[in-house]
Design a protein around this ligand. Structure first.
Ligand code: NAG
Length: 239
């Protein structure tokens, strides 16, 4: 046998292996995640978990599947950026344009937190509701990316909050600050040491109130500010 025989075999085998590999990875993708059209050529950094370079979309999806917190991934075919998110990205209108981007949603990411909705029945995750067109935690319950639900936390996360507009709890503030930004208010909450700050409220333009309670502790003190003041109630995620 000469070398051309091997070359010939190789030429026959390689495409075969490639086809097998492709159908194998496609199966993994269709089993574990599906392609979403709403974020094609879009990008959004909302609740981004990590970002790594992967040479193919299928590998990117597999990387997401290995992470229990990863609900969806954006993959850029040109830069090879594989970007994981702890939620499903349901609002392409707040996203920015990013050519050559594909979007994949895990099976558990369907009707999950962040996904678009019309009524509460579109939101399938425990303790969620449809708010402003997106599935979000019912006020008082915190997002728990690890257990993929909204719940009362055992332990709190050190960076993320979920926000509710035009609502606040009356008379339970631990501390108040004025002339601060929304970012400052969040940082103040995260760095309290005398007590565990669980929620913060922001009254535009610059008033910040920190609390160690949630609306579940004081449902009768849950007040709407709709049409009067512009307020935000932010509740800390679970670790
Ligand atoms: C999305 O945008 C961020 C910030 O500009 C960038 O770092 C990231 O690579 C982009 N992601 C994708 C998938 O292109």
């Amino acid at each position: 046998m000469d070398i051309s025989f091997f070359r010939c075999m190789l030429n026959l085998l390689l495409p075969l292996l490639w086809i097998l590999f492709r159908s194998y990875t496609c199966e993994i993708i269709s089993d574990k995640a599906s392609v979403r059209q709403n974020f094609v050529n879009k990008n959004d950094t909302y609740r981004r978990l990590w970002s790594v370079e992967k040479f193919a979309a299928t590998i990117c999806v597999m990387e997401c599947v290995r992470d229990t917190e990863c609900a969806s991934v954006l993959y850029n075919k040109v830069t090879k950026v594989c970007q994981a998110h702890s939620v499903t990205l349901g609002n392409p209108f707040v996203a920015f344009d990013e050519p050559d981007t594909q979007y994949f949603v895990r099976s558990f990411g369907e009707h999950y937190i962040g996904d678009s909705c019309v009524t509460a029945t579109d939101c399938w995750t425990i303790n969620t509701e449809c708010r402003q067109g997106l599935c979000q935690c019912i006020p008082g319950y915190s997002f728990s990316p690890k257990t993929q639900e909204c719940k009362v936390c055992d332990q709190y996360d050190d960076k993320n909050f979920m926000t509710i507009t035009d609502h606040y709890i009356t008379g339970e503030n631990m501390e108040m600050f004025s002339s601060v930004t929304l970012e400052d208010c969040k940082r103040l909450c995260l760095t309290r040491t005398a007590y565990l700050c669980v929620t913060f409220e922001f009254l535009y333009p610059g008033t910040c109130a920190l609390q160690k309670v949630t609306v579940l502790d004081f449902p009768h003190k849950w007040t709407t500010s709709a049409g009067v003041d512009e307020t935000l109630y932010s509740q800390r995620d679970c670790a």
